[in-house]
Design a protein. Structure first.
Length: 120
């Protein structure tokens, strides 16, 4: 297959996500599907995996108070996530407060694994 030959979109996306340091769609789906198992039901109601890029799993929380238990779980959460992923893809956690979270009483919206702008 030459460079100009058509190829399945999935093959092209795999190259793009790898080059950007982003999680494979399969990995993102696994984290979303197993999130309540990873963090527990109570935390899962107020947190969600936002994206995984170059080893850093960014987690959105409804309110800053929900970040403390996640930081406490730190290494254990990364270990559990890597068990589910079948590879050591999560090396660090980053917790951010979800924009427009208001009082923190609403359930998190559907996860959106999106690229993070580079800071360099």
């Amino acid at each position: 297959m030459s460079f100009d030959d058509p190829r399945p979109i999935g093959d092209s996306l795999a190259f793009v996500t790898r080059d950007l340091g982003m999680a494979r769609p399969k990995d993102a789906a696994l984290l979303v599907a197993h999130w309540p198992e990873l963090v527990g039901e109570a935390l899962a109601e107020h947190t969600r995996p936002a994206h995984l890029r170059t080893g850093t799993l960014t987690i959105e929380v409804d309110d800053g108070a929900w970040g403390a238990p996640l930081k406490y779980l730190g290494d254990e959460l990364a270990r559990r996530a890597n068990e589910i992923l079948g590879a050591a893809l999560v090396t660090d956690l980053r917790v951010i407060v979800r924009a427009g979270s208001g009082s923190g009483t609403e359930a998190p919206s559907r996860p959106n694994f999106r690229p993070v702008p580079r800071s360099d």
